[in-house]
Design a protein around this ligand. Structure first.
Ligand code: F6P
Length: 547
């Protein structure tokens, strides 16, 4: 495919944007009382209200035509059938197979990967049962009380986010900790909370070569040896990796290694054995429901018409703002404490996937691609960054997430939370006009002059688009569906932008540059071939670090 900008469907959208780009969203509701019903849809227990967007009845059909022109349907078939769509790494992209447990056969290089998937799930099931029923014992015969996952990026963010989201389903016999940072302060913080005799360390690394994870793992092993000298620590370490030999070299026996495969991308791996910390906390039956929920969204994605397809609609709305209105960022704002890690999780999923400027054909993309994705819990954000969302001059489309059923018993607090989210969604769309402000100020006793001076500062422009995802409850099933929804949204955008959403070469350069700098930090002589800034900073550190 050539640049999507050359497609007539793209050009029609440009014309359409010029026609409706400045229309009032709120007025569309006055014109059409059915707008909410027409521009909202539910998949299972997730409702998407996309009526507060800068769209008319013509917009979505035009966007769907663009998706057709970009061959989205055949690209979806290629994804699910295991075609090697990650062409720069010569790999298929099959995280959806991990949750299609109805399937018994799917071949990659003449090998039935469904056998491997079922085998690993069975192994996870046995292991999680042994830990949870306390038949698995540490080196002094005590049961495991603390699970410490050591991993980073995709080997950390998914399990951490999902464990927090589903804490209501977790056993109270286990505590879960995560160590991702190479900063020893993180390690110290966790090690200070645990008893080595009752701790299990999960070394989670697809490549088993990530410096942060491997260094932390080695430090932990030394700490364990020091705390429990001359005892057999085998039962305290398990590994999750696509490189089992490396994990064995580290000292983890083969039966304690849970495998994943190169056709599972790190940021899409929470469905694989990488999800073991979650399975340990919520139990395997709940973990299987998490997979089922994702599979239900996979089926919706594959079967619904584009105009009624939740991931497709969300993706196309994103394209609409990024490519036709010049939006550069997108906010994920959950009104749910249990989803507090979701923005960070989606940041990796989206930005590592679609933060690319090279097309599938190796050409420079002459159009905007993945947005800067960011977010925070809404209720905190209201008292921090919402000012910019309301009156700043950046266009930031937002996905709000609201949860109808609170897991706790404080209904009044929950009602305040929901009212907060709904009022912000409304305020961003409706804003408040200068005339309304003047009327209010005059009624409050301000003089005409004062009212006219103050009104521009208090005017809220509105017309700021936002989606509301209303989830009935954060259950394992619904969380699975929600994450799969975003995975497919990212996939669809990657197709429209004609980029490979499944590699991450941009991260590699930093990894290559680290070792020489590290050795120069340790050597008395510093290599002088660096740029002056890097050299100056290396020397500054060497002078200032603790001796
Ligand atoms: O940050 C780059 C990255 O390669 C991510 O894609 C990945 O999730 C993370 O590092 C961790 O990699 P691994 O699981 O191999 O340790």
């Amino acid at each position: 495919m050539n640049s999507p900008t050359t497609l007539k469907e793209w050009q029609l959208l440009q014309i359409h944007q010029q026609t409706i780009g400045h229309q009032s969203i709120a007025c569309e509701f006055t014109k059409n009382p059915n707008r909410f019903n027409q521009l909202s849809l539910a998949v299972g227990e997730i409702l998407l209200d996309y009526s507060k967007n800068q769209i008319t009845s013509e917009t979505l059909p035009l966007l769907c035509q663009l998706a057709d022109a970009c061959n989205l349907k055949s690209k979806m078939t290629a994804l699910f059938s295991g075609a090697p769509i990650n062409h720069t790494e010569k790999r298929p992209v099959l995280h959806a197979a991990l949750r299609d447990l109805t399937k018994n056969e799917l071949y990659v290089n003449q090998h039935n990967i469904m056998q491997d998937i079922h085998h690993t799930l069975k192994k996870m099931h046995t292991f999680t049962d042994q830990i949870r029923d306390q038949t698995w014992r540490g080196c002094t015969g005590k049961p495991i009380t603390d699970i410490v996952t050591v991993g980073i990026g995709g080997s950390h963010l998914g399990p951490q986010m999902a464990t927090q989201a589903l804490s209501e389903y977790a056993t109270d016999k286990l505590r879960c900790h995560f160590i991702s940072n190479i900063d020893s302060a993180h390690l110290d913080e966790v090690l200070n909370q645990i008893n080595p005799e009752t701790s299990l360390f999960i070394i989670s690394s697809k490549t088993f070569s990530t410096i942060e994870t491997l260094t932390n793992a080695k430090t932990i092993r030394a700490w364990m040896n020091q705390k429990l000298p001359s005892l057999d620590l085998t039962k305290h370490f398990v590994a999750i990796t696509a490189k089992p030999k490396k994990a064995q070299e580290f000292g983890i026996p083969e039966q304690q290694i849970f495998t994943l495969w190169d056709w599972v991308g790190g940021r899409y791996s929470v469905w694989s054995a990488i999800g073991l910390p979650l399975a340990l906390m919520i139990g395997m039956p709940n973990f299987l429901k998490f997979l089922e929920g994702a599979h239900a969204m996979d089926q919706h994605f594959q079967t619904a018409a584009f105009s009624e397809n939740m991931p497709v609609i969300m993706a196309l709305l994103g394209i609409w703002y990024i490519n036709f209105f010049g939006a550069t960022s997108h906010a994920i704002i959950p009104y749910a404490h249990s989803l507090s890690y979701l923005p960070t999780y989606l940041q990796q999923a989206d930005m590592e996937s679609n933060g690319k400027c090279t097309t599938q054909m190796g050409k420079n993309a002459d159009y905007a691609t993945g947005p800067i994705l960011w977010g925070e819990q809404g209720i905190n954000g209201q008292h921090a960054f919402y000012q910019l969302l309301h009156q700043g001059n950046h266009l930031t489309p937002i996905d709000f997430m609201l949860v109808a059923e609170s897991s706790k018993n404080f209904q009044h607090q929950h009602d305040i939370l929901i009212a907060s989210g709904l009022s912000q969604s409304q305020a961003l769309m409706c804003g408040k006009s200068t005339e309304e402000i003047i009327t209010e100020l005059l009624a409050a006793g301000f003089s005409e002059t004062e009212a006219h001076l103050l009104a521009p500062h208090k005017t809220i422009p509105g017309n700021r688009p936002n989606n509301v995802l209303f989830i009935k409850k954060i259950t394992p099933f619904n969380l699975g569906s929600l994450l799969a929804l975003y995975e497919h949204k990212i996939f669809v955008q990657g197709i429209i932008w004609n980029i490979n959403s499944f590699d991450q070469w941009g991260v590699e350069l930093g990894k290559q540059l680290l070792p020489p700098i590290l050795s120069d930090l340790k050597n008395s002589q510093t290599n002088t071939t660096y740029d002056a800034s890097t050299l100056g900073l290396i020397n500054h550190y060497k002078k200032n670090r603790a001796q």
